[in-house]
Design a protein around this ligand. Structure first.
Ligand code: KG4
Ligand code: ZN
Length: 341
């Protein structure tokens, strides 16, 4: 089955063609980097307007790259839940029109379920059940994935998402946007033991996270150094901050896996591209006899291939949405109280 995936939940306008939920024929992503640099972050209304300008071209390019025509599409999957509502609406409207005019099924996908399927796309052999950590610019979620489409929320962030902390610190340090890749690169030249930043909620009984205090600690340390006229060891700051984030994420995820009796860990979302986080997970999982999976780098950040893959699984489960599909900025994952299907 050939599925057109559409993703517009934040600042990437993306379309992809995926066959049978497994084979990516094309994946096109137009990132609004010029706007991000101009405004220092995502401005929801501006991002939504840019989606309306780009969506038609992006879908056409996805078709061209795959050597397909609109008439070849057998279903349309779109991110409908979780994200900036104005942005989501653009993708949902485009998907509805295509579903209606082509006479093919329409399936709404929860953005986080899309990230989960990014790892299934990269590693079809990844076993179930497992524990999945989704870490991105908008989310930090620890889930128990009991089966296909069966999610149980174990913990989430109480304030900033992990990627948001990377972005805000990079912005404060004048390193640019998005902050994750810049900090990751800079940290490669730094000493991760140079500064002992706090490890928020590391020892808390719950699986929730908090990154706002860590972000403030980094920013305050930077301000103090500026006030004292001291040298600014940016690479050491970046490496030490990244280490604090990695330690908390790895420790809580592995504790959850052990408590739930699973030995497979899936890490997804933009921050799962982080080189230190990957190394720390690999190292800790090797010691514990666990297996950890990360998506291919091209599937870590927002893309439409993961939405098409999640959409295919939903179609297989009989979860078709129809033209009454509505975009929702906040929606629990399927399987949660009030969860969306
Ligand atoms: O998944 P994503 O594209 O969007 C959301 O769903 O939010 O994730 C974007 C986030 C940004 O915060 C970005 O800074 C972060 O992922 N990111 C990284 C890296 N690459 C992207 N964070 C840390 N290290 C990276 N290498
Ligand atoms: Zn995302």
């Amino acid at each position: 089955m050939l599925i057109l995936g559409i993703e517009t939940s934040c600042d990437e306008t993306a379309a992809a063609l995926v066959a049978d939920g497994k084979t990516i024929l094309s994946s096109v992503i137009a990132a609004q980097l010029d706007l991000l640099r101009k405004y220092g972050g995502v401005v929801p209304e501006v991002a939504a307007r840019r989606h309306t300008e780009l969506i038609g071209y992006v879908i056409q390019e996805a078709l061209d790259k795959a050597g397909k025509h609109l008439a070849d599409i057998e279903a349309v999957a779109v991110t409908a839940w979780q994200g900036l509502v104005g942005c989501l609406l653009v993708g949902v409207a485009a998907a509805k029109s295509l579903s209606y005019t082509q006479g093919v099924p329409l399936v709404g996908v929860h953005h986080i379920e899309g990230h989960i399927y990014a790892n299934r796309l990269s590693h079809p052999e990844m076993p179930l059940p497992h524990v999945c950590l989704t870490v991105s610019g908008g989310h930090t979620m620890l889930l128990y994935v009991g089966g296909d489409g069966k999610y149980e929320l174990l913990g989430t962030t109480l304030d900033d998402a992990a990627g948001e902390a990377f972005d805000k610190i990079a912005k404060f340090l004048g390193l640019g946007f998005p902050g994750g890749p810049v900090i990751d690169k800079l940290a490669g030249e730094g000493n991760r033991r140079a500064f002992a930043f706090p490890r928020p909620m590391l020892r808390a009984a719950s699986y929730d996270f908090s990154f706002s205090g860590l972000k403030t600690a980094v920013i305050n340390m930077f301000k103090e150094k500026v006030a004292r006229g001291e040298a600014l060891p940016l690479a050491d700051i970046a490496a030490s901050f990244q280490e604090a984030v990695a330690e908390v994420l790895v420790s809580k995820t592995l504790r959850a896996a052990a408590e739930r009796g699973v030995t497979t860990v899936s890490v997804t979302g933009g921050v799962s591209a982080n080189s230190r986080l990957r190394a720390a997970f690999e190292e800790a999982c090797r010691r514990r006899g666990f297996k950890v999976f990360f998506p291919d780098l091209s599937l870590c950040t927002d893309n439409a291939a993961m939405i098409a893959a999640a959409g295919y699984a939903k179609i297989e489960r009989g979860e078709i949405s129809g033209l009454l599909l509505t975009a929702l900025p906040n929606a629990p994952l399927p399987g949660q109280a009030g969860g969306i299907v």
